[in-house]
Write a protein that binds this ligand. Structure first.
Ligand code: MG
Length: 251
């Protein structure tokens, strides 16, 4: 396994790529409302990314046709935008990436569409907390599996399950790099966390069981039991002091 350690100059570029991703996410949150189609969201994300001088990195990746991966309700990740209009009460996962000057950004959020039921609001809130628990587990000299352990512990303490079939990843001059970053496991295992590592941490948390299946479109991942699922992701650099979340801020 070759884990890249990025220089401060490379981190600067990764920060910029991720700020562009964050700007697209802010725009999507601003326009999301009942009746919007996932294709409209996709077009808006692509416009923001291109206007900021970057390229939508999911588009064409392994044949994926869009800027945005969407996941409504029981969908977990990787849905293809289309003419489906979101409805009041839905939750929608939005995952997008951008390449800027050869470096990649990647982040995801799950948003409510209008008013949602309490159970869904709790799932979304806990999944967001799981992301931050994972991030806060990062310390130089710590171990990679500390992240997944923190995520799984928080999800299961709240009665949820984590998806194990998909994991986070390193990110840098490629959209997916070593190491894989599982959202589960025992602490104190795996590679040592070192300053300059950049990781995309992305818990997928289910209301029901952890099992998933893939639709016949060969992209959309959904829960086997059709219970709802949520997904949050940040790209995070390990620093000498701890960590820096790159996928935030105004581009
Ligand atoms: Mg990712």
């Amino acid at each position: 396994m070759a884990i890249h350690l990025r220089s401060p100059e490379e981190i600067d570029k990764l920060r910029r790529a991720n700020q562009i991703v964050a700007a697209a996410h802010a725009r999507l949150a601003a326009i999301l409302r009942p009746g919007v189609t996932t294709l409209e969201l996709d077009r808006e994300a692509e416009t923001v990314i291109r206007d900021l001088g970057a390229r939508p990195s999911f588009k064409g990746y392994r044949g994926f046709p869009a800027t945005l991966c969407v996941a409504i309700n029981e969908q977990v990740v990787h849905g293809i935008p289309d003419k489906t209009a979101v409805r009041e009460g839905d939750i929608i996962g939005l995952d997008l990436g951008a390449e800027w000057q050869g470096y990649y950004g990647d982040a995801a959020q799950t948003l409510p569409v209008g008013a949602i039921d309490e159970e869904s609001a709790d799932l979304v809130a806990i999944t967001r907390e799981c992301l931050y628990k994972g991030i806060e587990a990062i310390r130089p000299g710590g171990r990679l599996s500390d992240i997944g352990h923190a995520i799984q512990t928080h999800a299961e303490e709240n009665g949820y399950t984590v998806v194990t079939a998909f994991v986070g990843h390193g990110i840098g001059s490629q959209p997916h790099e070593d190491p894989q970053v599982p959202n589960f496991g025992k602490p104190g295992r795996g590679p040592q966390l070192r300053p300059g590592m950049v990781l995309a941490i992305e818990p997928m948390v289910n209301m029901g069981g952890p099992e998933v299946e893939i639709l016949s479109d060969r992209w959309t991942v959904l829960t086997l039991d059709r219970a709802r699922s949520a997904h949050f992701e940040h790209s995070v650099a390990v620093t000498p002091e701890g960590y820096e979340i790159l996928s935030v801020g105004v581009a």
